[in-house]
Design a binder for this molecule. Structure first.
Ligand code: DGJ
Length: 388
């Protein structure tokens, strides 16, 4: 964007935030958190480096204990945006208390060049036995010129393996737009700390015959996405499809490496076709399913919306905006990416405060969330602790 245009757009956004009381949400950058959450401040890892886990997900899950067994820890997986918009490695951090995060490194790495598969032992070990055609395909999908966004991880107890699904995109011959491919990428590893092997990119469920398709010219698209494992271990992928017009939820197969099938209502559903939502987050609280989403305004924040349902493939109800208080109309200047429980059972909302002109400096905003009487609410705090 032209620098002057950018300044004007930023000034208008700031003015809008001030008019609706959002300026209070932008806190002093010089503060760094130590034993509390400081929404929107720089958040350093245990080595003093800013955490790079954007568009991510936090969950309490099994990880190797270093002695050949397993233990459980909080795992934060997300985009390492130090390289800018495209080719973001997927980074993993772990924590015991949710305040202090140890970097476990980039667990899924993009390729700088096709040659790197043969010249760099890290990649040769993963892809060295592939055919020339397969190597070219891997580079075409996860080269540093391609989009790797919103990575999410699940542990599959049956296989003992970890899967990462992510938004894999890029331009096509027809269109130089970064998001013309619209596919879901899959990578698998024996450890949450990698290395994850890229297994392919896929189109997902398609609008069934007899329903109004909001974008019939490009079937099975998958962009912003999230993963969810139900209490019985059934895995789901939730994603925006039909050119961002309709959210789909599709059931994963037993090892979470593909879809369970293609029967509408059994293997997948569409929710509120044409609603134009993205950044989906799916969770279950007190027996009810909740799906939080944002509108589609690029890196700019907008108003959140929640749907909820008794059954995942049942009837979803529009619950409206979950945010309360100042900043509610722009989700406290964030875009949804995760909802998870603290050790005491309290819920935490995690959102990205994107900085389009310097994506690596995008911030994390974690806020207290609550599920009461079948409704999700999220409120602003300048500084807070999950224990209080
Ligand atoms: C909004 C999405 O939620 C982000 O992940 C990213 O794709 C931006 N759009 C790009 O403008």
């Amino acid at each position: 964007m032209n620098p002057w245009l950018h300044r004007i757009v930023s000034a208008v956004i700031s003015l809008l935030l001030i008019l609706q009381g959002g300026s209070a949400l932008h806190i002093n950058d010089s503060r760094t958190a130590e034993g509390s959450f400081l929404p929107g401040a720089v958040w350093n890892d245990t080595e003093g480096e800013p955490i790079q886990a954007h568009g991510g997900q936090v969950q309490y899950m099994p990880v190797p204990d270093g002695k050949g067994g397993q233990t459980c820890m909080y795992v934060w997986v997300g985009e390492n945006k130090t390289g800018g918009h495209t080719g973001n490695p997927v980074a993993v951090y772990t924590s015991e208390d949710l305040y202090h995060w140890t970097c476990r490194g980039d667990v899924l790495r993009p390729l700088d060049s096709l040659d790197q598969i043969d010249s760099d032992p890290y990649f040769s070990k993963l892809y060295g036995d592939c055919t020339a055609e397969e190597k070219q395909h891997i580079y075409d999908c996860i080269g540093t010129h391609m989009v790797i966004e919103r990575p999410k991880m699940l542990y599959n107890a049956a296989s003992g393996r970890y899967v990462i699904w992510f938004h894999n995109d890029g331009p096509t011959e027809k269109n130089s737009y970064y998001y013309d491919i619209g596919m879901a990428g899959l990578a698998v590893s024996d450890s949450p700390f990698g290395p994850f092997r890229f297994e392919g990119r896929f189109r997902l469920s398609e609008c069934p015959g007899g329903q109004i398709d909001c974008y019939p010219s490009s079937k099975g698209e998958a962009r912003d996405m999230n993963l969810f494992a139900d209490e019985d271990g059934t895995g789901y992928i939730v994603y925006t499809s039909e050119n961002n017009k309709t959210i789909y939820i599709s059931r994963l197969n037993e090892d979470y490496t593909g879809l369970s099938g293609s029967e509408y209502g059994v293997d997948y559903i569409r929710i509120f076709p044409g609603a134009m939502r993205e950044a989906p987050v799916l969770c279950k609280a007190e027996g009810r399913y909740y799906l939080m989403t944002s509108s589609t305004t690029g890196w700019g924040s907008n108003q959140a919306r929640v749907w909820s349902a008794e059954a995942i493939f049942g009837r979803w109800r529009n619950d409206g905006n979950p945010c309360i208080g100042r900043g509610r109309s722009v989700t406290f200047d964030t875009q949804s990416t995760t909802l998870f429980q603290a050790p005491d059972g309290g819920w935490i909302y995690g959102g990205d405060r994107w900085k389009g002109e310097d994506l690596a400096d995008s911030r994390y905003v974690w806020l207290p969330a609550a599920f009461e009487d079948g409704r999700l609410t999220i409120r602003w705090e300048d500084e807070w602790k999950w224990e209080e």
